[in-house]
Design a protein around this ligand. Structure first.
Ligand code: HEM
Ligand SMILES: *[C@@H]1O[C@H](CO)[C@@H](O)[C@H](O)[C@H]1NC(C)=O
Ligand SMILES: *[C@@H]1O[C@H](CO)[C@@H](O)[C@H](O)[C@H]1NC(C)=O
Ligand SMILES: *[C@@H]1O[C@H](CO)[C@@H](O)[C@H](O)[C@H]1NC(C)=O
Ligand SMILES: *[C@@H]1O[C@H](CO)[C@@H](O)[C@H](O)[C@H]1NC(C)=O
Length: 345
C-alpha cells in the first residue's frame, strides 16, 4: 500500500533506449536514480537493500543466501500440472505451520519471517525476490530474473511434493515432470547444489558442502571413499573428499542413462550451466502465477566465476565414474598439492 502512495506522488523520468538488437526497451529512472523497465519496480530497490542488510549479512553468499534459494524451490515445487498446489506463491512462509511439518525448513522460515514482515511484500514476492538476490551474491551465479506482483497464497502446498535424497531417479524425474519440468531442466536446477550444504542429513556435521568450489557436477562423479561425519546416513553416499557430503539423489542422477550425459555436459561449461539454470529457475519461480511485472533489473549483478573447473588436488580422470557413454569426458587440469579438506559453511 505504501508503495502505491509513494509512486503516485513522484514524477518519473521516462526514456526510451535503442538497444543493439534493435528492440525498444523502456527505461525509467527512479527517484533514487536507479534505472528499471517498469516504475512499479522502483519500490523494490530499497527492499533489496534491506534484504541484503537484514537477511544476507550485507550481501554475502552465505548460509542465508543458500537457504533462500532452497526455500524458493520447496515453495514452488508444491505444484502439479494436474491442478494442485499454488506453486511459487510463498505458501511456505504464510502457511509455515503446515508446510514446516513436512519439510523441516523452520530454521529458514524463522530467519526470513521478520524480514518478510519488514518489506511489506506478498509472501510469494518475498520468497522469490530473496532467492534471486541471495543467489546473485554468489560469484559465478547467473543474475536470476524477478517478476513482481504475486497475490497472497491461498493454501498450503500438498505434502510429499519435495523430492527426497533417498528417492529413486524415476521418482525424482516423475515428480519434476508432474511440476512441468523435463529431465534437462531438473539437472539444470541441481546447479543450485554448487552453493549448497547440508545441516540435517548428518546433524553431527552441520554446514557440510556438496562440492568444493562451483564444481558439483564434477565432484559428484569422483569415486567415493568416505563419509564426512558420523558414518552413513539415509540419503547420503560415499564422498570423495573430507568435509564434503554427497547426496544419494545427486549421485544416482549423475549415473542414470536418462540424465548422465545431461549431467556430464554441465561439468566444464559455465555458460551452459548458468543459462540453463537461469531459464529453469525463471520457469520455477513463475509456477502457478498469472501475469507479473518484469523487475529483473532490481537484482544485483553477480561477480564472475573465477574458474576454470579443475580436479581437486590428487584427483584425475582415473577417479571419474563416467556414466555418459555418448560423449568424451572433458579434459581438466588438477589443482596442485595434497587432497583438500572442504571447509564447512
Ligand atoms: C532431486 C531434487 C533435490 C533433492 C533430493 C535435494 C535435496 C537436498 C538436501 C537433502 C539438502 C540438504 C538439506 C540439509 O540437510 O540441510 C539440500 C540442500 C540444498 N538444496 Fe537441494 N535437493 C534437490 C533439488 C534442489 C533444487 C531444485 C534446488 C534449487 C533450485 C535446491 C537447492 C538447495 C540448496 C541451495 C541447498 C542448500 C541449503 C543450505 O545450504 O542452507 N535443491 N538439497
Ligand atoms: C510462521 O508464521 C507465523 C505467522 O503466521 C509467524 O508468526 C511465525 O514467526 C512463523 N514461523 C516460522 C518458523 O516461520
Ligand atoms: C496427472 O494425473 C494423472 C492421473 O492422476 C496421471 O496419470 C498423470 O501421470 C499425471 N501427470 C503427470 C505429469 O504426472
Ligand atoms: C552416530 O551414529 C551412531 C550409529 O548410527 C548413533 O548410535 C550415534 O548416536 C551417532 N552419534 C551422534 C553424535 O549422533
Ligand atoms: C556449452 O554449451 C552450449 C549449449 O548450452 C554449447 O552450444 C557449447 O558448444 C558448449 N561448449 C562447449 C565447449 O562444450
Amino acid at each position: 500500500m505504501a508503495f502505491a502512495r509513494l509512486s503516485a506522488v513522484i514524477a518519473f523520468a521516462f526514456a526510451t533506449v535503442q538497444v543493439a538488437k534493435g528492440s525498444l526497451i523502456k527505461r525509467i529512472t527512479c527517484p533514487s536514480g536507479q534505472v528499471t523497465a517498469n516504475k512499479a519496480c522502483c519500490a523494490l530497490f530499497p527492499i533489496v537493500d534491506r534484504i541484503q542488510k537484514d537477511l544476507f549479512d550485507g550481501g554475502e553468499c552465505g548460509e542465508e543466501a543458500h537457504s533462500a534459494l532452497r526455500l524458493a524451490f520447496h515453495d514452488a515445487i508444491g505444484f502439479s500440472i494436474n491442478g494442485t498446489g499454488g506453486g511459487a506463491d510463498g505458501s511456505i512462509l504464510a502457511f509455515n505451520k503446515t508446510e514446516n511439518a513436512f519439510r523441516k525448513i523452520d530454521d529458514i522460515t524463522d530467519r526470513q519471517f521478520p524480514v518478510f514482515l519488514e518489506t511489506g511484500l506478498s509472501a510469494g514476492d518475498f520468497v522469490h525476490l530473496a532467492a534471486a538476490v541471495g543467489t546473485g551474491n554468489c560469484p559465478g551465479a547467473p543474475r536470476l530474473r524477478f517478476f513482481f506482483g504475486r497475490p497472497p497464497p491461498k493454501a498450503a502446498a500438498p505434502d510429499l511434493t519435495v523430492p527426497e535424497p533417498t528417492d529413486s531417479v524415476t521418482a525424482i524425474l516423475s515428480r519434476f515432470a508432474d511440476a512441468g519440468f523435463a529431465p534437462h531442466e531438473a539437472v539444470a536446477l541441481l546447479s543450485s547444489h554448487t552453493i549448497a550444504a547440508a545441516d540435517e542429513v548428518d546433524p553431527t556435521i552441520p554446514g557440510t558442502p556438496f562440492d568444493s568450489d562451483s564444481q558439483v557436477f564434477l565432484e559428484v562423479l569422483l569415486k567415493g571413499k568416505l563419509f564426512p561425519g558420523n558414518g552413513s546416513q539415509p540419503g547420503e553416499v560415499l564422498s570423495p573428499l573430507a568435509g564434503e557430503m554427497r547426496l544419494q539423489s545427486d549421485f544416482v542422477i549423475s549415473q542414470d542413462s536418462r540424465t548422465a550425459c545431461l549431467w556430464q555436459n554441465m561439468i566444464n561449461n559455465q555458460t551452459r550451466m548458468t543459462r540453463q539454470f537461469k531459464r529453469a529457475m525463471h520457469k520455477m519461480q513463475l509456477l502457478g502465477q498469472g501475469t507479473l511485472t518484469d523487475c529483473s533489473d532490481v537484482i544485483p549483478v553477480p561477480k564472475p566465476f573465477a574458474g576454470p573447473i579443475k580436479y581437486p588436488a590428487s584427483f584425475s580422470q582415473a577417479d571419474v565414474q563416467q556414466a555418459c557413454v555418448q560423449s568424451a569426458f572433458p579434459s581438466l587440469a588438477t589443482v596442485a598439492g595434497p587432497a583438500p579438506t572442504v571447509a564447512p559453511v
